[in-house]
Design a protein around this ligand. Structure first.
Ligand code: ZN
Length: 139
């Protein structure tokens, strides 16, 4: 029991450190891409938060706040853009109905392939994926 808890705590602190190290770069990237894609959609949003969230890449609240995982930073650009467009479109459609996907497809017609790619990364484990990326880039 004790050993497991101890190991967990150690792991949690290294995860937090990784987040703090990359949070600002993630914020800059996400803001730039939001501004870029919103030239087309022109939706109104309020606060943008960069979080250390594991369960999802991004979310949109009914109060028009956008949340993104800092882990987006480590994805290839086309997947970053898909996630950003996905959350932008939730400002108009807070569901995954047909209208929502039509909005996404206006700017990212190949979104279905991107969803598959994201699933593959999630299955491998996002932390494993990030570690591999960082090893390849020497970061
Ligand atoms: Zn969604």
């Amino acid at each position: 029991m004790f050993r497991i808890r101890k190991r967990r705590r150690k792991r949690a602190s290294s995860v937090t450190k990784h987040y703090l190290e990359h949070q600002e770069a993630a914020r800059a990237l996400i803001h730039a891409r939001l501004v870029h894609w919103n030239q087309f959609y022109n939706f109104q949003y309020k606060r943008v938060a960069i979080r250390n969230q594991r369960r999802c890449w991004g979310s949109c609240t009914s109060l028009r706040n956008l949340n993104f995982s800092y882990r987006i930073l480590f994805l290839p650009p086309h997947l970053q853009d898909y996630i950003i467009v996905h959350e932008l479109c939730h400002l108009e459609e807070l569901n995954h109905g047909e209208n929502f996907w039509n909005l996404v497809a206006q700017e990212i017609p190949t979104y279905k392939a991107h969803i598959q790619e994201l699933r593959a990364i999630e299955q491998k484990g996002i932390s494993v994926y990030i570690r591999e990326i960082q090893q390849h880039s020497g970061a």
